[in-house]
Ligand binder design. Structure first.
Ligand code: ZN
Length: 437
């Protein structure tokens, strides 16, 4: 999977971490255990099994009181606060990163690893947040580092039995080695107090207004981000979020779910430059489509052009009738949606073709072109997914259509890509839709 390959580069297996320096390097260091404090640990209950660690009491207290999607789990391993002049003698900096795409934090003491991750667009560098021991020392315990390719998250713990249990019993987590060393005793951290914030989502007082005004961005924010929204929908915690509102970018249209209302017409449609025929794209999708079309060419993969965007209910009726009379009902309906069941009626679907010096090919000639490959690997960056992939006919009800792209918005498309999803049905935990009901 692309995600995993990317991460394998970003985050090499530890073992490299802390292993380079001999133990005597800190044997007489000035690291004073009495000045160390236990770190606050949070579990991202709404953030796909993320964990977050901070020594900053104000940050921990604020998170606990304002974002119920982060659950405070108590304190864990001991570290030292960063001083005005950096880390105290005998201790080394721990670098912290945040990835909005993976909704995940990452911590490393390995300067070379930190340098590599700083050059990776997936990660934002958040600086040195605390200090720890980079090599074994007398009386120090190991802080273990885990990675889950299932969740795309890192996890750290100094609890030996917790680490052992994860290594023995949980195939979702792979052990990456010792991330850092921590003193076994020292000072206390001030307590995190007060009631945790509610996990709002559907309970937010602002939600009904956001839904009524079809404000996709607001709905996502009230859930704590696109990843949380996805999790909530898939886990049945988002009954307030309409999946069939055609104004929202994540609207679900397949053989089970028709466009509703049936006569829906997008409020504004724009035909992208260089299109072969009419039928434009909706206001929320046109800008990112044109950027993508530009970037395909700029990458050297060649040009793409839109061959079919918006189609009205009546146009779809004609296409459906023509395919069914040509191929029969069963074969015809694997190619053409019934009227009222096409994503093209939303203005959020784009059938694209590859163009060269001698003109543009057909949709059926798109597979195997450099443009097709580029689109398959990169369209998510622009908010578009390949909607009908090979091998998914049992879920989508359609034969593979590498040319049919569907806009779902950049935030959700990133979650879709990072999660390794292949169909929108699976993404939202919805039933397969091989047949009309
Ligand atoms: Zn299409």
């Amino acid at each position: 999977m692309i995600v995993l390959a990317a991460l394998a580069v970003v985050v090499p297996h530890a073992g490299a971490v802390g292993a380079a320096e001999p133990a005597e390097a800190v044997a007489d260091a000035g690291a004073d255990p009495a000045a160390s404090r236990p770190i606050y640990r949070f579990w991202g209950a709404g953030y796909g099994n993320a964990h977050f660690y901070t020594l900053d009491h104000a940050e921990a207290q604020n998170l606990h009181r304002t974002d119920g999607w982060w659950a405070y789990e108590g304190t864990d391993f001991r570290v030292w606060p960063l001083g005005a002049n950096g880390c105290a003698s005998g201790t080394d900096p721990v670098h912290r990163f945040w990835s909005p795409g993976f909704t995940s934090h990452f911590y490393t003491m390995d300067a070379a690893e930190a340098d590599r991750v700083r050059h990776d667009d997936n990660w934002a560098y958040e600086g040195v947040r605390f200090c720890a021991l980079s090599a074994p020392a007398h009386g120090a315990v190991e802080v273990h580092r885990f990675w889950s390719s299932e969740y795309n998250k890192h996890f750290y713990t100094a609890n030996a039995s917790e680490a052992q249990n994860l290594r023995s019993n949980d195939p979702d987590w792979s052990y990456e080695g010792v991330a850092m060393y921590a003193p076994a005793s020292g000072a206390d951290s001030p307590p995190v107090t007060g009631d945790p914030a509610a996990r709002l989502g559907c309970q937010s007082p602002e939600m009904s207004a956001a839904v009524a005004s079809h404000d996709a961005g607001k709905i996502m924010r009230l859930f704590g981000g696109a990843g949380v929204l996805r999790d909530a929908i898939a886990n049945g915690r988002a009954s307030c979020v309409p999946l069939r509102d055609p104004a929202l970018p994540w609207v679900m249209v397949n053989k089970r779910y028709s466009v509703s209302p049936a006569g829906y017409v997008p409020p504004s449609l724009t035909v992208p430059s260089g299109s072969l025929v009419g039928g434009g794209l909706r206001g929320d999708a046109i800008g990112s489509y044109e950027q993508m079309q530009h970037d395909v060419s700029a990458s050297g993969a060649g040009r793409i052009a839109l061959t079919s965007g918006y189609r009205s209910y009546l146009t779809q009726e004609q296409i459906h009738r023509s395919q069914v009379s040509r191929l029969g009902l069963e074969q015809g309906e694997r190619l053409a949606a019934r009227p009222g069941h096409s994503e093209h009626q939303l203005g959020l679907a784009a059938d694209v073709v590859a163009c060269g010096a001698s003109g543009c090919g057909s949709m059926y000639a798109f597979a195997g072109t450099a443009q097709e490959r580029w689109v398959r690997e990169n369209s998510w960056r622009y908010g578009w997914i390949v909607r009908y992939e090979s091998g998914r006919t049992g879920t989508t009800g359609y034969n593979p259509e590498p040319w049919h792209l569907r806009y779902i918005g950049t935030d959700l498309a990133r979650v879709y890509h990072d999660g390794g999803y292949r169909t929108l049905e699976d993404f939202f935990g919805l039933p397969a839709a091989p047949e009309y009901l």
